[in-house]
Design a protein around this ligand. Structure first.
Ligand SMILES: Nc1ncnc2c1ncn2[C@@H]1O[C@H](COP(=O)(O)OP(=O)(O)OP(=O)(O)O)[C@@H](O)[C@H]1O
Ligand code: SF4
Ligand SMILES: [Mg+2]
Length: 389
């Protein structure tokens, strides 16, 4: 289940919910402006999601939409401004420092395998460290001596990420590995503590196109074989469709659409998802999705009021600049935060937003402002709500 609060019903979790987040928000304080004041970057706002065992959830969005911040909040590497987390059904104090117990269950794999491995140590060293810190899985049952158990555990880990023969790879240094092999070592290191949840932040974006598929398939295998819950963070909606069970689309710190991967990509309900798809042509999709009005993501220190996408949206209506759209169910497990789904809007609320009105909302205070008068309809904006331009 994913969305802005309140949480919506999503696809049933086969293995039950492992991690649940409610209303997660992260505002980063930023230094003085040229007017001398201070502000905050609204990096993540009011995100709720639940991660079931054995499912891959893709978080998709443009650069700066808050994907990595959300992943770090879930890994508890940073503290939320507000919101709660529950792991294995137990509420945890999200603002408290994460202990070893949490890190055992939730592991983060970063984008850059060069930066995440120490060049002066071999692969064995990288894998032995977490094993020593968190304990060697299964060694007590096998009654092995510590060094034998460590060797066995390192070999098992390398086998699980298909780096074989394990003794050869264990002795290699990072510079002796390809980018894909390095990322496999990073994944093996995360697996060393036998986590239930793997957060993978753009795990293939720095790899050659030719080896991306192998790493994506490895993540898919881990889901199948080991029942891991995986969060796959990416700006590439096509790879999200390939790998994930569920896609959550983020825009400017908020989730704007979520649902089964095939549904979100075949029948995108939110204009921003349509924009993303139009920028990533997929030969498997029958109809190409086209969208007018591109522009750039907003400044998150002063995000646009109402729907944060409204300055770029070709369907924008007056209401879009005034109020945050609630998540609306648009199908089984499919939801979208867009006013187009609200059939109860008045004619004034549905009045198309002109370019001039959009400009004026950029500098308007987000709350407490007098409601602007409905602008006259613009001939270019005559598309009916719910219809694509
Ligand atoms: N420590 C920080 N201090 C201030 N602002 C931050 C900090 N970390 C992230 N931000 C800001 O928060 C917003 C979201 O950043 P984030 O890195 O989460 O985006 P992203 O979707 O992961 O982008 P990318 O695809 O480029 O990795 C951006 O505006 C970013 O500049
Ligand atoms: S129609 Fe309005 S609410 Fe929907 S995406 Fe466009 S601006 Fe946002
Ligand atoms: Mg990022």
């Amino acid at each position: 289940m994913i969305g802005q609060s309140p949480v919506l019903a999503g696809p049933d979790a086969a293995g039950g919910t492992l991690l649940e987040a409610r209303g997660l928000t992260k505002h980063f304080p930023v230094g003085g402006t040229r007017f001398g004041g201070h502000g905050v970057v609204h990096a993540v706002d009011d995100i709720s999601l639940s991660l079931p065992a054995g499912r891959i959830t893709a978080i998709v969005g443009e650069s700066g939409s808050g994907k990595s911040t959300l992943a770090k909040l879930l890994a508890r590497l940073i503290r939320p401004t507000s919101g709660t987390l529950a792991l294995d059904g137990r509420a945890i104090r999200a603002r408290a420092r994460a202990g070893r117990g949490y890190a055992r269950r939730v592991q983060l794999v970063l984008q850059d395998p060069f930066a995440s491995l120490n060049p002066i140590h071999d692969v064995r060293y990288h894998l032995v460290r977490p094993l020593k810190l968190h304990g060697i899985p299964g060694s007590a049952e096998r009654g092995q001596h510590r060094s034998g158990a460590l060797d066995q555990a390192v070999a098992d880990l390398l086998g699980r990420v298909s780096l074989t023969p394990p003794d050869v790879f264990a002795a290699k240094y990072p510079h002796e590995l390809s980018g894909g092999q390095r990322q496999r070592v990073a994944i093996a290191r995360a697996l060393a503590v036998e986590p239930a949840i793997l957060l993978a932040d753009e795990p293939v974006s720095m790899l050659d196109v030719s080896i991306r598929l192998g790493v994506l398939n490895l993540l898919g295998d881990l889901r199948e074989r080991e029942g891991l819950a995986i969060v796959y963070v990416t700006h590439d909606i096509a790879s999200a469709r390939y790998l994930a069970d569920t896609i959550a689309v983020m825009y400017a710190g908020r989730i704007v659409e979520t649902g089964p991967a095939a549904v979100v990509t075949d029948q995108p309900a939110h204009p921003y998802t349509q924009l993303l798809l139009s920028a990533a042509p997929d030969p498997d999709r029958g109809q190409p999705v086209t969208l007018r009005g591109r522009g750039a993501p907003p400044n998150l220190v002063t995000p646009p009021p109402g729907c944060r996408f409204h300055p770029r949206c070709p369907h924008a209506m007056l209401i879009c600049s005034q109020a945050v759209p609630p998540m609306a169910h648009t199908g089984a497990g499919h939801a979208s935060a867009c006013w187009l789904h609200d059939a109860g809007l008045s004619a004034a609320q549905r009045a198309p937003l002109t370019v001039a009105a959009v400009r004026s909302t950029r500098s308007a205070p987000p709350s407490g402002a007098a409601a602007p008068q409905p602008p006259p309809p613009h001939p270019d904006d005559a598309a009916e709500p719910g219809k694509e331009a």
